[in-house]
Design a protein around this ligand. Structure first.
Ligand code: PAF
Length: 285
């Protein structure tokens, strides 16, 4: 089947309804476009999880702060469409702002996930996760997928979306896919385009520092505060403006408690014009 580009709700719902009636399992990969190999790995995973794959592209205004890069966010619609055809997606869903926000902005209704939305990235990007949770809930409602696939680079986003789906009893399985990296370890991201060639090289240091934390924690060093500080100092020495380095519980992003076995080390730091995030899973004995 050649990929269809759909911009309205009715043809989208008719198509998914037809697939469901025929017994097909449907996957959704929500994106903001400007696709790179990280996104394509989500499409690959979606194809393994389901018979039909819908990829949405919508640069969601409500998840950008007033001083953030909504206007400048890279938009490459023709190239995205070409890549998705090649990757074998069935539908590219490209809704307008009017379709997503029929009452205009601010929206008539928000999905708010308290507490977890206000820490880490939420502390420096107030309102960001409210925008993400709202748009993802809308997309899940519009597409009705059996499974939705997200990248683990946005780890906090993934945990928040899992919470929305569970709390609203949305009948969609949420799947996280591991981070795709450049040769130097830099996590792939549309925002890497804001880096100069030299900054792009330096940016690999985030992954090096995360792996250093992983090694230390897994070797039994549980002085998390000292590890976070040492890692932040290392990044600052390389000219990063560190937002946070945090070692947290992978399930709920709270500080680790005795008995927790699955941890995650997370970094957010600015380099030049880019704000970079990354994380590495950490196992505690
Ligand atoms: O991760 C993203 O690209 C966005 O936050 C998402 C999930 C598509 C919501 O706009």
């Amino acid at each position: 089947m050649t990929m269809r580009v759909i911009e309205d709700l009715k043809p989208l719902r008719d198509m998914v309804y037809g697939w469901h009636c025929g017994g097909s399992r449907v996957a959704l990969v929500p994106t903001m476009g400007n696709l790179h190999p990280g996104h394509l790995s989500l499409v690959e995973r979606a194809k393994r999880e389901a018979d039909r794959v819908v990829v949405s592209i919508f640069v969601n205004p409500t998840q950008f702060g007033e001083n953030e890069d909504f206007g400048a966010y890279p938009r490459t619609p023709s190239e995205d469409e070409r890549q998705l055809r090649e990757a074998g997606a069935d539908v590219l869903f490209r809704p307008s702002a009017q379709l997503m926000y029929p009452e205009g902005l601010p929206p008539a209704c928000w999905i708010v996930v308290p507490e977890i939305s206000d820490v880490l990235c939420g502390a420096s990007r107030p309102g960001h996760f409210r925008g993400v949770a709202t748009v993802v809930a809308k997309l899940l409602n519009m597409v009705s997928p059996d499974v939705a696939v997200f990248g683990e680079k946005d780890f906090q986003q993934l945990v928040i979306i899992q919470r929305v789906v569970r709390e609203l009893r949305i009948p969609t399985d949420v799947v996280g896919v591991g981070i795709q990296r450049e040769a130097n370890g830099l996590a792939m991201s549309s925002r890497n385009q804001y880096l100069t060639p030299l900054e792009r090289q330096t940016a690999g240091e985030i992954y090096t520092v995360l792996n250093w934390i992983k090694e230390r924690v897994e070797a039994g060093d549980h002085d998390f505060g000292a590890l976070e500080q040492a890692a932040a100092d290392r990044l600052a020495e390389k000219n990063f403006r560190v937002d946070y380095v945090a070692i947290r519980c992978a399930k709920n992003l709270r500080t680790l408690q005795a008995g927790d076995s699955e941890g995650v080390a997370l970094v957010a730091a600015r380099l030049g014009k880019a704000r970079l995030i990354d994380n590495v899973r950490v196992t505690l004995k």
